[in-house]
Ligand binder design. Structure first.
Ligand code: MN
Length: 165
C-alpha cells in the first residue's frame, strides 16, 4: 500500500518542478513507523520558473497520515536562489551546509550559515539561496493549508536585489 497523500507531496514538488513525474513512496501506512530510506527518492533540478541558477531538491518526507508538514533538502549552487514567494502556513529552514542569503520584502539581505534556523511566518514575502561564492544546503519544513499547497511563487530575484542594492 502506498501513501495516497504522497500525491500531495508530489504536487508540492510539482510546484517547484513542473516537469517532475508523479511521486509515490513505496512505504507502508498505518500505526507503525515509516523509515524513508536515503536514496528512495531521486533528487530533481529546481525549475527555472521558480529558481535562478542551479538548485537541487531532494524530497525527505511527505505530509501524510494526518501530519501536515513535509520536508525536503535543497542545495543551491553559488549565486543560485529561489524566486520571491510566500508560504501559506509558514516555513522553517535549517541550514545544514555552506553559506547563503535570505531577504524579506523591504528588508536587508541577511547572511545565513550552517546551523542557523530561519523561521518564516505565514504570508511573509521572501527568498533564500546560496551566497555568491559558496553553495548552501538547507532542509525546508512547510505545512500545507490545503493538500499539496505549501508555497505561492512570485517573480524572480533580480541581480540587484540579490546583491542587496
Ligand atoms: Mn521560503
Amino acid at each position: 500500500m502506498k501513501y495516497d497523500k504522497f500525491l500531495g507531496f508530489g504536487l508540492a514538488l510539482a510546484l517547484m518542478c513542473p516537469s517532475l513525474p508523479g511521486i509515490s513512496f513505496a512505504a507502508e501506512t498505518g500505526k507503525s513507523q515509516t523509515i524513508v530510506r536515503c536514496g528512495e527518492q531521486p533528487s530533481v533540478q529546481g525549475s527555472e520558473k521558480f529558481f535562478t541558477g542551479r538548485a537541487r531538491i531532494t524530497p525527505l518526507y511527505p505530509a501524510a497520515n494526518g501530519m501536515r508538514s513535509s520536508g525536503g533538502s535543497v542545495t543551491f549552487e553559488p549565486g543560485a536562489r529561489s524566486n520571491w514567494h510566500v508560504h501559506p502556513v509558514g516555513q522553517v529552514l535549517i541550514v545544514t551546509d555552506g553559506v547563503g542569503r535570505t531577504q524579506e520584502w523591504g528588508g536587508p539581505v541577511r547572511e545565513i550559515r550552517a546551523g542557523d534556523v530561519i523561521i518564516c511566518p505565514a504570508g511573509v514575502k521572501h527568498w533564500h539561496g546560496a551566497s555568491p561564492a559558496t553553495a548552501m544546503t538547507h532542509i525546508s519544513v512547510c505545512e500545507e493549508n490545503e493538500p499539496g499547497r505549501v508555497v505561492d511563487w512570485m517573480e524572480a530575484v533580480t541581480d540587484e536585489q540579490y546583491a542587496g542594492k
